[in-house]
Structure formats: structure tokens, C-alpha cells
Design a protein around this ligand. Structure first.
Ligand SMILES: [Zn+2]
Length: 186
């Protein structure tokens, strides 16, 4: 894709929005009050805004490989704090997905030096290898997701500032486009 195509798409985007709401960007400039804080994988096929058709301003999003909730990750922790304390989001959605390359690499023990540290973080959220109980990649992705919910519930920032905020777990199915809710609020 050439740079001019991105520019053309951007111009189309502006024109279409202004056709229905000429003041759209004036209002957007006033600030954000997103309802959701979303934690998602960086995978290019799983963009939370695209798959839910939510507009700009609806979701504050943190993405990393394997949608990891890690109390030692400064970037994640800052996003979580900002979402809870400053934006006062109403719900947190942790979104995993099928065919996750991060989960697959962690499970298979990929050893590229630049990846190994992060993959180890993912791996500790997966079950131990058991030859008698083989798990599919998609079952592993769900397992990873469920463990991120547990990680979030024990995150110091969530415990201090997010106790009344619902955590929802969702698995995006790359093969069908479906968003499957795997947990509902307690
Ligand atoms: Zn992924």
C-alpha cells in the first residue's frame, strides 16, 4: 500500500463524518469520556474498534502481544491507572483471540532473544504441557484470557481504584468474526 492511499482513506474518513455531523471534530477536540478500557492483542486482525464498530472516543485501548495484564509492565499499569482514575471508565474488557501467534510462540517455546522475555510472561499463563491432555491453540488462547482476568483482579491499581468496575472477558474468533463473551460480571 502506498502512502497516498492512506492519505486518500483519511480524507474519505473526514468527508464521510462531516457529511453527517459537520461539527464532529470540534466536539471530539473537547476531550474523551470512553465507556470502556480494552486490553487486546496487537495482532493486526483483531482491532477492537473495527470489530465492534464503535466510534472514536468510545474505547481507551491498551494492546500488546498476547493481551497481557502484567503488574510489572509500566506501560500497562499507567494505562490502567489513567483509565480508572482520570477517564473513569465503566467497564474493562480483556479481549483474547483465536489463532494468537503470541500464545502459539509461548506454547512452542520460541527462543528468539528479542521475544523470549515477553513470551515467558505469556507462558506462565498457560497450562503445563501434558501429553495425555492435548490442548488446541484456541483452547490455550482462552486459558490465557481467563488468567489475564485473574491477573487484573490482583493488580494493585485495580484493587485500589477499580473494585466496582466490571471485568468482561471476550474471545474474538478470527475465523468467523464472532466476539464470544467467556465471562460475565461477578
Ligand atoms: Zn494475538
Amino acid at each position: 500500500m502506498e502512502l497516498f492511499e492512506l492519505t486518500k482513506n483519511n480524507e474519505d474518513f473526514i468527508r464521510k463524518i462531516k457529511e453527517t455531523d459537520p461539527d464532529y471534530f470540534e466536539k471530539l477536540k473537547k476531550g474523551q469520556t470512553p465507556e470502556f478500557f480494552v486490553i487486546a492483542c496487537s495482532d493486526s486482525r483483531v482491532s477492537p474498534s473495527v470489530i465492534t464498530q464503535l466510534p472514536l472516543g468510545a474505547m481507551f485501548i491498551h494492546r500488546n502481544i498476547g493481551n497481557q495484564v502484567d503488574a510489572n509492565d509500566e506501560s500497562f499499569t499507567a494505562s490502567l491507572y489513567y483509565a480508572l482514575v482520570h477517564l473513569k471508565v465503566k467497564k474493562i474488557v480483556i479481549k483474547g483471540h483465536t489463532d494468537c501467534g503470541g500464545v502459539k510462540a509461548a506454547w512452542n517455546g520460541l527462543e528468539e532473544i528479542e521475544l523470549v522475555g515477553w513470551l515467558e510472561k505469556i507462558r506462565v499463563n498457560l497450562p503445563v504441557h501434558d501429553q495425555n491432555c492435548p490442548l488446541t491453540l484456541d483452547e490455550l488462547a482462552k486459558e490465557n484470557l481467563l488468567n489475564q482476568i485473574i491477573n487484573l483482579k490482583s493488580h494493585p491499581v485495580y484493587k485500589k481504584y477499580g473494585q466496582n468496575i466490571d471485568i468482561l472477558g471476550a474471545l474474538f474468533h478470527v475465523e468467523s468474526g464472532e466476539l464470544e463473551w467467556v465471562t460475565t460480571p461477578d
